[in-house]
Design a protein around this ligand. Structure first.
Ligand code: IMP
Length: 208
């Protein structure tokens, strides 16, 4: 079965192809002649994954799926969330995005220490965070949704050379003391938010 995956990221395409297995041929929008980008104006990850998948469906009326991922930091009220890619600006700079998360948590930590010194209890400070991926699959015009999460916490600084995005500051619960950029791609894919959402979709497709 041929399915269009709304991504231009070769790493994501490889990961999805491995998880879906031989019965599925994944192609990119570019390979289908779809080269225009669609603005991700949704207020939730699910809304953005729908926008991206519908864009492909409307262009070619073929089986397709899109994913949208966000980093949700508990002490920041779930931010950056839907703003994850552009948290520090339109250029989607990974380092500046990570610096902004680290900076926001340092500021909050300082505020909480100050409050504590003044005898006021502030329970807002925590470094707990999670990645959440939502996939929208469209088959014959019908939409199906799949979700995967990865729980962990934000490190005090960056570590590791692997991965991308916020990997150097995210410590998954499965690897205490190591960030996602410290572990191998294989180790990350086995526990990742996207891996879980993709495996849920693969199970659905294989049971059709
Ligand atoms: P997208 O929806 O997959 O394009 O992801 C949005 C943003 O989330 C990316 O630009 C990255 O900054 C971040 N992100 C997504 N997946 C990961 C991941 O596996 N590790 C670290 N950051 C990620």
């Amino acid at each position: 079965m041929k399915i269009v995956f709304a991504t231009g990221n070769s790493g994501k395409l490889r990961e999805a192809s491995e998880i879906l297995g031989k019965g599925f041929e994944l192609v990119t929008p570019a390979q289908m002649g779809i080269t225009d980008d669609v603005p991700e104006t949704g207020l939730t990850l699910k809304a953005n994954s729908i926008i991206k998948a519908e864009h492909i469906w409307n262009s070619c009326k073929c089986a397709c799926f899109a994913d949208d991922t966000g980093l949700e930091v508990a002490a920041l009220g779930g931010e950056p969330g839907v703003h994850t890619a552009r948290y520090a600006g339109e250029d989607k700079d990974f380092n500046r995005n990570m610096d902004k998360v680290l900076g926001e948590l340092s500021r909050l930590r300082a505020e909480c220490s100050m409050a504590e010194a003044l005898g006021v209890t502030m329970n807002r400070y925590s470094r707990r965070a999670r990645f959440r991926s939502v996939i929208t699959l469209i088959l014959d015009g019908e939409k199906y949704f799949f979700e995967g999460t990865l729980e962990g916490c934000i490190a005090y600084g960056k570590s590791g050379n692997g991965g991308f995005g916020y990997d150097p500051v995210f410590i998954p619960d499965e690897y205490p003391g190591k960030t996602l950029a410290d572990i191998t791609e294989e180790e990350k894919n086995a526990i990742s938010h996207r891996g879980k959402a993709l495996r849920a979709m693969a199970a659905f497709l294989n049971n059709m």
